[in-house]
Ligand binder design. Structure first.
Ligand code: NAP
Length: 494
């Protein structure tokens, strides 16, 4: 394969980080309206790239045009949505405790607090979302919104797509008069480049979307720096689905068909793909498995994102299928090639699942494992052995849910998003969405990487004590010149 873009040298990385830091110092002092204007301009410039962008992304990722067009729309919506929140301004959480000079035994000072940006953010995107979790994806959008500059390490699985989007961002910078280093683009298919970016003294935080191995490696690296920095890594998840008995008895067929689509859509290459399906042994569960198996057999194999992902899928699937008492329930009836995903589903008893941790891992691709429990108590035991998840789903009728309080409470402890009677794939972009979860779904389950709250990862609170009005940021001045929501002496005011 011809290498289109050379790996960045250490000198180039040094220069990029210095430019990003210089730009941060300027951008930090621009108004919220200017920041929002720049972020909206990025969306406009990406749209202006038109069909050639989709064609390049199709060639690099094997994803179909409709999916990529939808993802580009989502990415531009994401940028504009976060720009609106920045322009409105209340997100800085301005908090004011006014002075009480007469207080005894000591006078109370005037203290005013707001969120401020932390500095240059290094971003690593994932291969499965070449727009939405890549060069102008959610992490850059969140960092710019917060007031930070961004250094993106282009994903080596879609470097040309990344380069086109980078050019669009540079145009938006020029058109809105922003400092050049507000966005830096680094190519490189070597871990050394990622390492150098994370270790650079000017890097203030890292946004990562990708595998557990990658995210954890970068997290550990950042923690060992002389000045440790946060790494917000959004990683893999098995997204367990709990199939309750009455729903299985009444609607096994409907849910089996729904789940065949969710497991294999996009060749299962979603972080929210349902990887574990858990039910109590019954006629209903048998029907669910046999309908699911029939559906899976009819699904055609298709090329995966790149050969690395295809290889990892084969290895991890084989690791699961190689465990004792794991039964292959179905696999696509069509012939498949080396680089293609193999739609497949297997099953195992809950006792085996609990005993073998190799079965708990994410198999990234069109594969899911059904776990057969003896009874409700064993289902609870399975939950006790699950790690942190992006999502958990419960499928149940009213009758099921009337008895499911303990189960719902247990699953709420291990996930970021709890879904009822639906599928976990498909992540709505909005303020109420939570896309993140307890470790190892992400390195910091207090935050998420979808929607405007994602910017909270790249800020810190700064308190001003006894400051005269002219020296305070507008957000904290008396009279509320920006008209934002603020907490003043314990009360919300606008
Ligand atoms: P990946 O292999 O981890 O790659 C992500 C990025 O990190 C790439 O730029 C990669 O560079 C870099 N990287 C990985 N390991 C590294 C290391 N040890 N040191 C330095 N850099 C490193 O992930 P992917 O295959 O692109 O994406 C698939 C995975 O992403 C799946 O597990 C999926 O569940 C997860 N994902 C999660 C979310 C979420 O929101 N939680 C969303 C989408 C995808 P190189 O290619 O040069 O190694």
């Amino acid at each position: 394969m011809i290498k289109l873009f050379q790996d960045a040298t250490l000198t180039e990385i040094e220069e990029a980080m210095q430019r990003a830091y210089a730009a941060f110092l300027i951008y930090r002092r621009t108004t919220a309206k200017q920041k929002a204007g720049f972020i909206r301009a990025v969306a406009d410039e990406i749209e202006a790239l038109g069909e050639p962008l989709i064609e390049v992304a199709m060639r690099e990722t094997h994803l179909p045009a409709a999916r990529l067009t939808g993802e580009r729309g989502r990415t531009c919506f994401q940028l504009r949505n976060i720009a609106d929140v920045v322009a409105e301004g209340s997100w800085v959480e301005a908090t004011i405790d006014t002075a009480l000079p007469e207080r005894l035994p000591l006078p109370k000072p005037d203290i005013r607090n707001m969120l401020v940006p932390i500095g240059p953010v290094v971003v690593f995107g994932a291969s499965n979302f070449p727009f939405a979790y890549s060069t102008a994806g959610v992490d850059p959008a969140a960092a710019w919104s917060a007031g930070c500059s961004v250094v993106v390490k282009a994903h080596p699985a879609h470097p040309e797509t990344s380069e086109m989007v980078a050019e669009a961002i540079k145009k938006a910078i020029a058109k809105t008069g922003m400092p050049e280093g507000l966005f830096e683009h680094i190519h490189g298919a070597s871990f050394e480049i990622g390492k150098a970016l994370v270790l650079h003294p000017k890097t203030a935080a890292v946004g990562f979307t990708g595998s557990f191995a990658g995210g954890k490696a970068l997290f550990d690296l950042a923690a060992q720096r002389p000045v440790p920095i946060p790494v917000f890594a959004e990683m893999g998840s098995t997204n367990p689905v709990f199939l309750l008995p009455d729903a299985l008895e009444k609607e096994a067929e409907k849910y089996a068909k729904m789940y065949a689509g969710s497991i294999t859509g996009g060749m299962g290459q979603f972080c929210t793909k349902p990887g574990l399906l858990i039910g109590v042994e019954s006629q209903g569960l048998d029907t669910f498995i046999s309908v699911l198996a029939a559906e899976i057999r009819s699904i055609l194999p298709a090329p995966m994102l790149h050969s690395g992902i295809a290889k990892a899928f084969r290895t991890k699937r084989a690791e699961v299928l190689g465990q004792e008492k794991v039964v292959v329930e179905a696999e696509t009836s069509q012939k498949y090639g080396e680089e293609e995903g193999i739609p497949s589903v297997a099953s195992v008893t809950a006792a085996q699942f609990v005993a073998i941790t190799a079965l708990h891992q994410e198999v990234f691709g069109p594969f899911s494992l059904v776990i057969k429990c003896k009874d409700a108590a064993e289902m609870q035991e399975v939950i006790g052995h699950l790690e942190g998840q992006l999502t958990c789903t419960v499928i149940g009728t009213e009758k099921d849910l009337a008895q499911a309080a303990d189960l719902l409470f247990s699953v709420s402890l291990i996930c970021g998003r709890l879904i009822l009677n639906g599928v976990p794939t498909g992540v709505e972009v909005g303020a109420a969405m939570q896309h993140g979860g307890p470790f190892p779904a992400s390195t910091d389950g207090r935050f998420g990487s979808v929607g405007p709250h994602a910017m909270k990862r790249f800020v810190r609170p700064l308190a001003f004590q006894n400051f005269p009005m002219p020296l305070l940021p507008d957000e904290l001045k008396d009279g509320n010149p920006l008209g934002i929501w603020r907490m003043v002496n314990g009360n919300w005011e606008k």
